[in-house]
Ligand binder design. Structure first.
Ligand SMILES: [Zn+2]
Length: 262
């Protein structure tokens, strides 16, 4: 089984694969300092920033990256994102000799999304990540194992997992929405529960929902979800756990069709 991907995703993979080769990296966790050095980053500093996770400044001798000390749980992702800016911006003012012509974004918002995409590829390079996946393991334990192996946050690893795995699985990060509900904030993989007309919200008093129970209990919870009352035969197995990070933490849930559940 293969996952269909766009040409751009393939191009990002190629560009990053070349970058990692230049940096002499073939095993996780990816040595980001070595990658940064290849991209002309002379200095990486940590400081409290008001409104950004990270900053890239270019001086006469090279780039300086500043990582926001207040968001250390995502420091590696931020560093990878700022390294990505050196790839994207470089294209904008150099021409043919740069192999990234095809990576040119259309709008400013597109630059940030593209740098996130490249950052995920740098932290979890596709080939390495695919090699590291256990055959059909899709649970939170597997995501935690991969997070350790690639030195990534659980949330970033979960998102990457959903995008790479060929398994019929959906990964959702739930965050608190006001005082009465959880909201699906980041999703990857398939769209069982929060697409096709089903709600991205789970009221905090709905104790039949595994993510809601995990939010209250702080421990690993399992349960079944029937997202559409008119299609009660669509039953999904859900595993959920609360993690710290960001404001008030988040709940990670892994969902798969119940007849395929472990
Ligand atoms: Zn950026």
């Amino acid at each position: 089984m293969t996952v269909e991907v766009s040409d751009r995703v393939l191009e990002v993979r190629d560009v990053v694969a070349e970058l990692l080769e230049d940096a002499g990296i073939s095993e996780p966790p990816v040595d980001l300092k070595a990658v940064a050095a290849v991209r002309g980053v002379r200095r990486i500093r940590y400081a409290p920033l008001k409104s950004a996770y990270g900053l890239l400044k270019t001086g006469p001798t090279g780039h300086t990256i500043t990582i926001n000390k207040r968001h250390m749980s995502r420091a590696r992702f931020t560093l990878a994102h700022e390294i990505a800016h050196t790839l994207v911006e470089r294209f904008e003012y150099l021409d043919d000799e740069v192999p990234l012509a095809h990576l040119k974004p259309r709008r400013a918002g597109g630059v940030e999304a593209m740098c996130d995409e490249i950052a995920a590829e740098i932290l979890f390079p596709f080939r390495m990540f695919e090699r590291a996946l256990e055959d059909d393991a899709t649970g939170i334990d597997e995501i935690q194992r991969l997070a350790t192996l690639f030195d990534g946050s659980v949330m970033a690893t979960a998102n990457r997992f959903g995008n790479v795995t060929a398994q019929p699985v959906q990964i959702i990060s739930w965050v608190r929405h006001g005082s009465h509900a959880l909201r699906a904030s980041q999703r990857s993989g398939r769209g069982f529960l929060t697409c096709r007309g089903t709600s991205p919200y789970r009221p905090l008093d709905r104790m039949t929902s595994a993510p809601v129970r995990a939010f209250h209990s702080g421990s690993r919870e399992h349960g079944m979800e029937v997202p559409l009352p008119d299609k009660p035969w669509n039953v999904y197995d859900c595993e959920a756990q609360r993690f710290s990070g960001g404001k008030g933490g988040y709940v990670l849930s892994v969902v798969r069709p119940a007849n395929l559940a472990r």
